[in-house]
Design a protein. Sequence first.
Lengths: 436, 154
Amino acid sequence: MTETRTIHVNALARVEGEGALHLRVKNGAVVDLRLEIYEPPRFFEALVRGRRASELPDLLSRICGICPVAYQMSAVHAIEAAWQVEVHPRVRALRRLFYAGEWIESHLLHMTFLNAPDFLHLDDGIQIARLHRAEVERALRLRKLGNRILILLGGRSVNPVGVKIGGFHRIPTRAELADLGDELRRARGEAEALLHWFGTLPVPSRPQDIELVALRHPLEYGICEGRIVSSKGVDVAAPDWDTAFEEAQVPHSTALHARLRRDGGRYLVGPLARVTLNADRLSPRAGAARTRLAPRFAAPDPASSVFARGIEVLQAVDESIAVIEGFEPFTPWPDPAPRAGVGHGATEAPRGILYTSVETDADGLVRNIRIVPPTSQNQAQIEADLRALAPAILTLSNDDARRLCEAAIRDYDPCISCATHFLTLTIERRDSCASA
Amino acid sequence: MRVRVIGVGSGFGDDAAGLAVAELLARGALPAQITVSRCERPMPDLLDALGEAEAIVLVDAMRSGAPVGSVRRLLAAEITRSKATSSHGFGVASALLLARTLGSPAERIEWVGIEAGPRRLGDSLSAAVRSALPEAAALALALAREIANLDSRS
């Protein structure tokens, strides 16, 4: 008997942006699978050409309402490399704090409102709030701290405007940071308790052979700087991104797919990759949490990403406290002089490495820019993960099949607006016996 | 009772109507019991406000089929929650429902809607919506005064 089953999810729910899933299975084997990103391209790389590079932090923060800091940070690092700007260690420290704020906010929103409903077989975060009010309130209190960090350094939490090439427009006062530091110290226990709660949930397991890619810094947990390394031998500096990776257009997606230049293979960026490749760079508390969850990290398992995010919330809280405790006030210095050149930046967005290269002319105008967001890098891996789910899908009802596929996609926290909402499911069955 | 007037919007086209009303109100003298703020992202900004305020007047662009620039007080039952549940698409109605689920202290929530024109890019309001801003601001302020138990003529 031949059975062909087509599952088409017109709009994926609880992901960031517009995407769909098309899956066709015949005799238990996947014959067609497409994660379709149909969100229209926004042409940011073209529209900033000819603008002053100094405008890029504000312009690029508009790419995403969830991870604007990542776009700002990768771009300023690229410009600073092109203009040979030496960044003051105190600016470096404040950038880690700024980024930590974004990680805290993004990770908690995803864990609580997008991911947790999957583990509890609920439809949305509202139902989670009804049934697990204390945990949702805890997540929201923690998230608010991330928001405070973003406002303090970015001027506002939505599309922040505080970043400039070489530093920040305004340096916070010692008193502002001290108050934030007190709250962050109190929040450590909350972050641990929240991660513990997630540990009690029936989180599924899908270990698989995945090449993990993350920034690796000699001393720190890789956030803004470091070499791009993989679990299978990639080890390049940001300027050499093109020697290890390449992008390709696929017909079904408005986002480019990235792949390994070595063999055209897929890879994974994001919290799971970071926590795995940088376990020895975690803070003692975050490291201890990872040790408690060690079985979940024995092999790369996209479903364990929720735990990686929880560990990184702890890490981000600890990073923030460390920056605040070491803070010495300073005065912002004059803006660096532009020069003609090309620079590259790779920083760790909440969803993984965001690579940016910028070319400017001698007047500091942008001649070219290239932005490779994490979600486009993860697309091939997401499709491979879904392909492996096909045998399980065949035994499920249409509704359960849709839920399983959507939950698997959500494990990656794809930010489709950056690179891809809700699925009307159509299943086409063709039975050769019946049709004969 | 203290009242917070919140202008909601995104900054694009007529969707910025609520933000523009908040700016208009903030430029005038307000009674001590009434504060005005902007909200560009219901999750988390509106959620935070709902966790703190006793009473709220929300001003937002609406699509009701009325002529563009029409201003009116909305009833809570008229607000429908979108099914789009990404955190990008977490709307005002979802934020309200979540806040209520979490025990928001807000005793009273009023809505003022301004009919928006067709969706478009750019940061400028349509002429019809721009000319409706004073009326929307006046309605929001009158509602806030009534909730705060202030004489609306003072």
